[in-house]
Design a protein around this ligand. Structure first.
Ligand code: NAP
Length: 353
């Protein structure tokens, strides 16, 4: 690393925000980023407690303590803020290079620019934005980070499902050609579902207890993939099902290929990419008899389960790919953040009111 670590703040310190901080900590001293501030609606005691003890990822592997307005992580101060509105914080005064927005509350360009107007130089969002015009770029690390020119100020890290599906679809489209794609996301529960039935969301099914049912929910996955792979536009459908587990999800992907193929060929393409190609470290391949919890805390965007690949007729392919929806995605946030900052060449101009 030839520069001081980039200074980064977190807005929203829930599942993804906490995983980002912890994943950075677990990367050790080579990390090119340091988290200098975090903002959430919760009180300091809760922030400290949920950093130290995590039901999904276990105890924090380091010292965590609150003192004054700092959450100390192994002695380093992360300044703690508690403001609901972006304008409530002078982000410029924090001298940050990048804000990681992990509350999920800001999905339009007008929303996003509130952070720039309040002094944040650049923002990376932990979700896809409402439309393509709402963001300067949507990045799936390993697939299109090269498209960042250095001039962008608002970037989206897409979704955990897009990060899992897009590298695999791109590989297979290049290798055998894809005519049509149909995907079912089988996703563990999230904090946008209640533990027992409660008024909650405009999606009626999200009012239902997360731990009593398998629950179909709405998904923007098809739209998200089309943004990254426009060559497949109009030929992708997706649905999503929430299941009563706390973490780790999978994509059940059905593909109609442009030419005859076999399970052996599909697995060879994906295995080679995982073991030898530029996606090594981002996707993985296994044929072991795994269950979902084996992938808890797995940093890959996708782990192809080759034992589940099926080909019906010569052109109808079905695949299973696992992903830790929290940990894999948090690691990609860090990868994209480092690349975004490394290529940023221009000083941000002030945003006009
Ligand atoms: N969890 C995943 O697997 C996953 C994977 C990829 C992407 N994402 C995306 O990442 C985003 C966050 O998801 P999550 O699972 O981390 O949700 P979460 O656990 O609910 O965390 C969001 C945090 O942001 C806080 N918050 C709400 N409004 C805020 C505001 N105005 N300013 C600052 N903090 C605020 C929330 O506080 P309260 O609880 O008090 O509201 C909560 O602590 C969502 O867009 C989600 O789609 C999630």
């Amino acid at each position: 690393m030839s520069h001081r670590p980039y200074r980064v703040a977190l807005n929203g310190y829930g599942r993804i925000g906490r995983c980002v901080l912890r994943a950075l900590h677990e990367r050790g001293s080579d990390a090119g980023l340091e988290i200098v501030a975090l903002n959430d609606l919760a009180d300091q005691a809760s922030l400290e407690y949920l950093t130290r003890f995590d039901s999904t990822h276990g105890r924090f592997p380091g010292e965590v303590r609150v003192e004054g307005d700092c959450l100390h992580i192994n002695g380093d101060c992360v300044k703690v803020l508690r403001e609901e509105a972006p304008e409530g914080i002078d982000w410029a005064a924090l001298d940050i290079d990048l804000l990681l927005e992990c509350s999920g509350q800001y999905t339009t360009r007008a929303d996003a620019e509130r952070f720039l107007q309040a002094g944040a130089p650049r923002v990376l969002f932990s979700q896809p934005m409402a439309g393509e015009a709402d963001i300067d770029a949507t990045i799936v690390y390993g697939v299109n980070q090269q498209r960042l020119s250095g001039a962008e100020r608002l970037v989206s890290n897409a979704s955990c499902t897009t990060n899992c599906g897009v590298p695999l679809l791109k590989l297979l489209n290049d290798a055998v050609g894809l005519e049509y794609v149909s995907i079912t996301t089988i996703h563990s529960a999230m904090n946008d579902q209640p533990v027992i039935d409660a008024y909650h969301h405009e999606d009626l099914r999200r009012t239902r207890s997360a731990f009593q049912s398998v629950i179909p929910v709405s998904t923007g996955l098809a739209k998200g993939i089309e943004r990254l792979l426009p060559e497949l536009a109009g030929r992708i459908q997706a649905k999503a099902i929430r299941v009563p587990t706390v973490n780790v999800s999978c994509l059940d992907i059905t593909l109609q290929t442009a030419r005859d193929t076999s399970a052996a060929e599909i697995n060879r393409v994906l295995r080679q990419a995982a073991e030898e190609g530029p996606l090594k470290g981002l996707i993985a391949y296994t044929e072991l008899p795994h269950a979902s919890c084996d992938f808890n805390h797995d940093p890959h965007s996708a782990v192809v389960d080759g034992s589940q690949t099926r080909v019906s007729g010569p052109r109808l392919v079905n695949l299973l790919a696992w992903f830790d929806n929290e940990w894999g995605f948090a690691n990609r946030m860090l990868d994209v953040a480092e690349h975004f900052l490394a290529v940023s060449t221009v000083q941000p101009a002030p945003v006009k009111d």
